[in-house]
Ligand binder design. Structure first.
Ligand code: GAP
Length: 515
């Protein structure tokens, strides 16, 4: 556990040191849960977005894109239910004056119980070796059973309190379990209150004419309210999808774990409109395809799992999360939801405008059903950084940090390095960059020893380093070094475009998931 915490800290500092992610407004001591993407972070993030966008719009002739405004009519958020129900239960500690999410305090307590069980099991496995029977141990060892029983009972009461929106009971559970504030160490808690997560601002210049509007907490509503615009202007027939990438804002009470939970973040959402009755078939289709998409990135299939929702929102008839094993546990990266015709029906009700599709085959009009895929770009980015980060010992007894990013996603595809900065090698290297920069994100680097330059490129995940040496001047060949194997091969400069393209082209990724 501690090892994983250390690893996570290393990844966070690597992100800062190598220009992937910076705390926002850092020279003013930062702004909680807001981050800026640096020179390599933005390239990696753009590549991830491009992969998603292309897999939606290029690989499906019935999916088109949209870029709707962040500001929307406030009634949209009444219709969607966000004004009334987009809340988190919050609680303050009176001594430290720190604010927490009551549900997260209890979830953390549950996670600690799980951790205790895991620790006992690991100890016993070590003690009993081959003959260890985990199932039996869980059922018979008094200490483990005690933890498990406590877990079950608390989990049951917690789920019930959340379902019934019983804030008093949530507080009681915190008190009963003697959950303390990590800062003050006391149980001097306030009542639990609901806290709406939407940011709001005023639009309009005069007091009379201004209206309260919200920063969108999800991009999906921009798709719903444009459903007929797109359908009619694009002559779309069901089933069809609308994809959108954009910023979303949530005033998270507890923002932590780096870019995992932010107050300003980015979503990639796709609403797939289908005929009523067909939604569960499409839900399965998207569940399967989205998992394939994640696995294609190459971080290891075993790092992903589904978490099917047992308790569904009142408007949903199926929902699952795709979780990735972060250093702090399996966490949701993407949600796939079968949302029935709830959103479109609500917009029909609140706007007074018909949100119906005329089905020429059935000769009737109806409100379509929707299957949504919704992924947070920043969480995806974090999963990729965590999965790609490697510390390795090298043959010469040194160590290196290497980001084993999929070559199509790497921020820089190749670095061109003159062995020395003289004898015309630097000029030759510049010529190579000049030739390749139209096709690939290239870097030229002549500073420091060649070894140091390789390390710098490893640390940002550059798949290829091209070295220009004295032989290059004689026969127009260069060495090309593979990031992962560190093996070097000598090839002609004229072959570079083909070799690099074969590995770094995004088509490689797209072909893996084309149905
Ligand atoms: N339209 C459905 C929707 O917004 P959600 O589960 O609330 O569903 C979808 O959010 C995805 O957005 C999540 O799976 C997660 O990846 C991302 N996300 C949500 N809140 C976030 C936050 N505070 N910071 C970063 N990403 C977030």
């Amino acid at each position: 556990m501690e090892q994983q915490e250390d690893l996570f800290k290393k990844i966070v500092s690597h992100c800062k040191e190598y220009g992937f992610v910076f705390p926002s407004s850092e020279i003013y001591d930062g702004l909680a849960a807001v981050y800026d993407y640096g020179q390599y972070g933005v390239e990696l993030k753009n590549n991830l977005k491009q992969y998603w966008w292309k897999s939606m719009t290029l690989l499906h002739e019935n999916i088109v894109g949209l870029d709707s405004a962040i500001f929307m009519h406030p009634k949209i958020w009444q219709a969607s239910g966000h004004v009334d129900a987009f809340n988190d239960p919050l609680i303050d500690n009176k001594d430290s004056k720190k604010r927490y999410r009551a549900d997260v305090l209890i979830e953390d307590y549950l996670a600690k119980l799980e951790g205790k069980v895991d620790k006992e099991i690991a100890k016993a496995r070590k003690r009993f070796g081959e003959s260890f029977d985990e199932k039996m141990y869980r059922e018979t060892n008094a200490r483990v059973k005690g933890y498990l029983d406590e877990y079950e009972a608390l989990h049951h009461d917690f789920a019930k309190a959340m379902e019934e929106n019983d804030l008093t009971r949530l507080r009681e559970l915190i008190i009963e379990k003697k959950i303390v504030c990590p800062i003050s160490g006391t149980t001097n808690w306030t009542e639990v209150r609901q806290f709406n997560l939407m940011f709001s601002t005023e639009m309009g210049s005069t007091a009379d004419s201004s209206m309260r509007i919200y920063l969108r907490p999800e991009t999906a509503q921009g798709i719903f309210v444009n459903f007929l615009n797109v359908q009619k202007s694009g002559r779309m027939k069901l089933p069809f999808g609308i994809a959108q990438i954009g910023k979303a804002f949530r005033n998270e009470i507890v923002a932590r774990q780096f870019v995992f939970r932010m107050r300003e973040f980015e979503q990639m959402e796709m609403q797939f409109f289908v005929a009523p009755g067909e939604e569960l078939k499409w839900f399965e289709y998207w569940k399967d395809l989205r998992m394939k998409w994640h696995k294609s990135i190459g971080l290891g299939d075993e790092k992903y799992r589904y978490h099917d929702h047992e308790k569904l929102a009142h408007y949903a008839n199926a929902a699952t999360d795709i979780e990735y094993q972060m250093p702090f546990g399996f966490k949701e990266v993407e949600g796939i939801h079968s949302r029935t015709n709830y959103d479109l029906s609500r917009h029909e009700e609140f706007s007074g405008k018909k949100m119906r599709y005329f089905d020429t085959v059935k000769n009737e009009s109806y409100i379509p059903y929707v299957v949504e895929t919704s992924i947070g770009v920043d969480r995806l980015f974090l999963s990729v950084m965590c999965g790609a980060y490697c510390e390795e010992a090298t043959d010469n007894g040194e160590s290196r940090v290497v980001l084993k990013l999929h070559p199509a996603l790497a921020p820089v595809k190749l670095a061109v390095l003159p062995l020395v900065r003289k004898d015309g090698l630097d000029e030759k290297a510049r010529n190579v960059v000049e030739k390749l920069r139209f096709n690939f994100a290239c870097q030229y680097d002549e500073k420091d020893s060649i070894g140091k330059r390789y390390r710098r490129q490893d640390a940002i995940g550059t798949p290829y380093c091209i070295t220009i040496d004295h032989q290059t001047l004689e026969d127009n060949t260069v060495t090309i070094r593979d990031r992962d194997t560190m093996a070097q091969e000598r090839i002609n400069i004229d072959q570079l475009t083909e070799v690099i393209d074969a590995k770094t082209n995004m088509t490689n990724l797209l072909k893996q998931i084309a149905q």
